[in-house]
Design a protein around this ligand. Structure first.
Ligand SMILES: Cc1cc2nc3c(=O)[nH]c(=O)nc-3n(C[C@H](O)[C@H](O)[C@H](O)COP(=O)(O)OP(=O)(O)OC[C@H]3O[C@@H](n4cnc5c(N)ncnc54)[C@H](O)[C@@H]3O)c2cc1C
Ligand SMILES: NC(=O)c1ccc[n+]([C@@H]2O[C@H](COP(=O)([O-])OP(=O)(O)OC[C@H]3O[C@@H](n4cnc5c(N)ncnc54)[C@H](O)[C@@H]3O)[C@@H](O)[C@H]2O)c1
Length: 483
């Protein structure tokens, strides 16, 4: 094992990480902490989708929306609020959170940890080899002594509909980076991107129509989450249409409006259309065929994030591209596990692949947390009641209206929200929790700890929430469970 960042020939490293998004960065950090040399290959901006076209700009757009809505629910504060959002100021703050789409800060961090940043498009070229095509077209071959880690993330999927190319639709990239507020915006898709971006652009001044092909919003969460978010969006002025999909688009003038034909034959004219219809792996041009994998596929991995179909255990895939959980924090967790696992193997130590072991991403299956930053917020971790039942668990769902808790009624007049815990009746531990309401995002980690640590409900009974906080919903849920 080599333990200095400098290499004699400049092309051989202990570890090559392709993709410097949040996940690739974490792998590089852990591998460096293990004393390994690391090349980090990036074709766009160090920091990835999350920093420039996803988490950060979307949350920067949403935070003022929620702050204003919350002030309006408080007599005394409400009277001090005189207008609507200042869109230009919100967009300017968003731009500062993306560092104006410049990555000098993050590139500096790569240097600080002693990894080598290699700018360009990385492709596998057989086992342990990565060719990087630089922006000027020149190529560099990198070789890895221990591991190649693919952390290339995902991109938006746009359905192949008649007229879609000419219509120039928005994807999550434009929805998070636009400096123009369209007068009329159609958002297609009732998943997380759809509901968050409908919330943001509606508050920034667009007339938003949300087109959802299913029966409700946020279909992967507890049904009441989608219901409460639908109510919030509708109250804010969004036209939420369920069982509605686009069959055709028509934009004859690139600078003019786009006319959408919907599945019921009606037409809708808007100024922009956002497709928030899911993600595809960024693996189509990654040289996967040179190691026997299918280009464009999600990469199947074991619980340490090693690609299962490749022999000798040198190829790893972390973050969105392995499709285990398309969330920054979960990908970063995988990155830490993978970086540590590569470090252990390079040092000749065996991996600890037992459940919850230091080289096993057990949380990916048991306790993935997610916050949807709408108004109301949704915060969920672990399994929904339906998912737990499908997994064969004997469970009971316990619900409580959060507005009945003293802390919630103090927080906002007319607080609307609901909490659910899903109890595994055989083990008397939690396997899922969902909170919907104002300010519930910061409640979530308590549930994540309870589920991850498998805290028995008999012990949770002794975890006393402060009065008067929204956290008292924990006490009410446990009282409801005990009867
Ligand atoms: C609008 C939106 C909002 C989101 N909000 C949240 C949120 O609030 N919280 C949350 O947890 N998650 C959120 N997500 C999900 C989150 O963005 C992803 O889970 C996260 O970015 C995944 O990180 P990653 O490092 O795997 O991939 P990415 O962030 O996509 O980074 C991959 C990097 O690899 C580079 N790359 C790709 N191919 C190559 C190649 N061949 N050679 C060199 N470099 C390459 C890319 O340029 C990119 O920089 C959001 C997603 C969207 C779309
Ligand atoms: N706050 C957060 O944590 C956050 C925010 C945004 C995104 N993300 C992550 O990013 C990922 C992508 O989000 P997303 O919302 O793009 O995907 P998604 O898969 O969550 O939702 C996409 C929705 O679009 C619908 N859809 C698909 N094709 C369609 C079509 N042709 N016509 C109409 N509807 C169609 C699907 O039924 C689905 O409900 C998610 O996994 C999410 O977890 C997280």
């Amino acid at each position: 094992m080599t333990s200095t960042p400098q290499e004699k020939d400049g092309t051989a490293y202990d570890v090559i990480v392709v993709g410097a998004g949040p996940v690739g960065e974490n792998v590089a950090d852990r591998a460096r902490a293990a004393g390994l040399t690391v090349a980090l290959v990036e074709s766009e901006l160090v920091g990835g989708e999350c920093s420039y076209w996803a988490c950060m700009p979307s949350k920067a757009l949403l935070r003022p929306v929620v702050a204003l809505a919350e002030a309006r629910r408080l007599p005394g504060a409400r009277e001090a609020v005189t207008g609507r959002l200042d869109a230009a100021a919100v967009l300017a703050r968003r731009d500062s959170f993306t560092s104006h789409w410049k990555d000098d800060g993050q590139a500096g961090w790569v240097k600080d940890i002693g990894a080598q940043l290699v700018r360009g498009h990385g492709r596998l070229d057989g086992p342990r080899r990565v060719t990087v095509t630089q922006p000027d077209g020149s190529e560099t071959l990198l070789t890895a002594r221990h591991a190649v880690v693919l952390a290339t993330g995902s991109r938006a999927v746009v359905p192949d509909l008649p007229g879609v190319a000419e219509a120039g639709p928005w994807t999550s990239r434009e929805a998070t980076s636009s400096s123009v507020v369209p007068e009329r915006l159609a958002v297609v898709g009732g998943g997380v991107v759809g509901v968050e971006m409908a919330t943001a652009w509606n508050a920034l001044g667009s007339e938003v129509t949300l087109l959802v092909r299913g029966a409700g919003l946020l279909p992967n969460l507890e049904p009441f989450a989608g219901d409460l978010v639908t109510a919030g969006l509708t109250e804010a002025g969004v036209d939420v249409r369920t069982e509605a999909s686009v069959t055709e688009l028509h934009r004859p003038d690139p600078d003019g409006p786009v006319t959408l034909t919907l599945n019921d034959g009606s037409e809708l004219e808007v100024d922009e259309i956002l497709f928030a219809t899911g993600r595809a792996p960024r693996s189509e041009d990654l040289g996967l065929d040179t190691v026997g994998l299918k280009p464009g596929s999600w990469l199947e991995v074991d619980d340490s994030c090693r690609v299962t179909a490749v022999a000798d255990g040198w190829l790893w895939a972390v973050g969105d591209v392995n499709h285990r959980a398309l969330l920054t924090h979960q990908g970063k967790y995988q990155g830490r596990i993978t970086g540590d696992a590569i470090g252990a193997l390079a040092a000749g130590r065996p991996l600890d692949t037992t459940p919850w072991g230091s080289h096993t991403a057990t949380s990916d299956a048991a306790s993935v947390p997610q916050v949807v930053f709408t108004d109301p917020e949704v915060a969920a971790v672990g399994l929904t009641a339906a998912q737990a039942e499908r997994a064969g668990l004997r469970v009971r769902a316990v619900d409580y209206e959060i507005g009945r808790v003293a802390g919630a009624s103090l927080y906002a007049d007319g607080y609307q929200g609901r909490a659910r815990i899903v109890v595994d009746l055989d083990r008397e531990v939690l396997v899922g929790a969902t909170f919907v309401g104002a300010a519930v995002s910061e409640l979530l980690h308590s549930a994540t700890i309870a589920i991850t640590a498998e805290v028995p409900l008999s012990r949770l009974w002794h975890a006393v929430p402060s009065y008067p906080t929204i956290s008292e919903v924990w006490l009410r849920l446990l009282e409801t469970y005990r009867g």
